[in-house]
Design a protein around this ligand. Structure first.
Ligand SMILES: [Zn+2]
Length: 255
């Protein structure tokens, strides 16, 4: 079972909901909602696991079968990248809960894998999900077109060349979880920005997803705790160092 870092756990929450927990729910939850639309597909045949502490409810994430304010804490891990209408799904989460934790694959992982494996592999994921500020969660469409499209800004071009310099299916194992997941904590309310198309920051003044991807990649490559992994990356894909240098990015890993 999954757990948040100790200092992040909802220690005083009494009613705790896990949405779409599948085969890997969070420890200590009191209710689990299994969403029909995900049944079996995303678990890849794994059996549903319901913690002994929890009641299982089969329901729809777009209309959770609970009264408003029913829960002190709501986990939604690896669910929102699948939903058709993130506004409604997030609205439901906020309606039933007073605080929570949201996790999805990061755009860095999502696009990296899709580029290598084609849209079919994780084609069930409909969105790139990333936080813009502390209280804004952005959903940008993930389509066959947007997986090979990059913003013309330096961040977009850096990411494009970085991906071309590695085989991401292998390289993904050199990155820490933090770079590969979008992690979002909220309390009482957060804003949801659902984009109907990809943002090009230089064209329409909105922050493109590549800024966050570049930041995540650089932070990862400055992580001394994971030096062996970074050395493996450098050894397996020596060309990626040149990409960092070309865009003026210095990290512990690239000088
Ligand atoms: Zn951009």
């Amino acid at each position: 079972m999954k757990r948040l870092p100790f200092w992040r756990r909802p220690h005083f929450a009494r009613r705790i909901l896990d949405i779409g927990a599948g085969h890997n729910p969070f420890s200590g939850v009191t209710h689990v909602v299994e969403i029909d639309i995900l049944q079996g597909r995303e678990r890849a045949g794994n059996a549903l696991v319901v913690p002994r502490s929890a009641k299982l409810i089969v329901g729809d994430g777009m209309a959770l079968p609970f009264r408003s304010g029913s829960f002190d804490y709501v986990y939604a891990s690896h669910v929102l990248e699948h939903v058709g209408t993130p506004e409604s799904a997030c609205g439901e989460i906020m309606r039933v809960g007073s605080a929570g934790y949201i996790e999805t694959p990061s755009p860095f992982l999502e696009q990296g894998l899709a580029l290598r494996e084609g849209h079919t592999q994780n084609g069930l994921h409909k969105w790139y999900v990333f936080p813009l500020d502390e209280d804004v969660l952005v959903f940008e469409p993930k389509t066959p077109e947007t997986i090979s499209d990059f913003c013309s800004c330096p961040d977009g071009q850096f990411m494009k060349e970085f991906y071309a310099s590695v085989d991401f299916r292998q390289a993904q194992h050199c990155f820490r979880r933090k770079a590969k997941t979008t992690i979002f904590y909220w309390k009482s309310f957060f804003r949801v920005e659902v984009r109907n198309r990809m943002a090009y920051c230089e064209g329409d003044g909105r922050v493109c997803r590549f800024r966050g991807m570049t930041r995540a990649l650089l932070a990862n490559c400055d992580d001394l705790l994971h030096t062996p992994r970074l050395l493996r990356l450098r050894e397996a894909f020596p060309d990626c160092q040149g990409v960092f240098r070309k865009y003026g990015h210095r990290t512990v890993f690239i000088r």
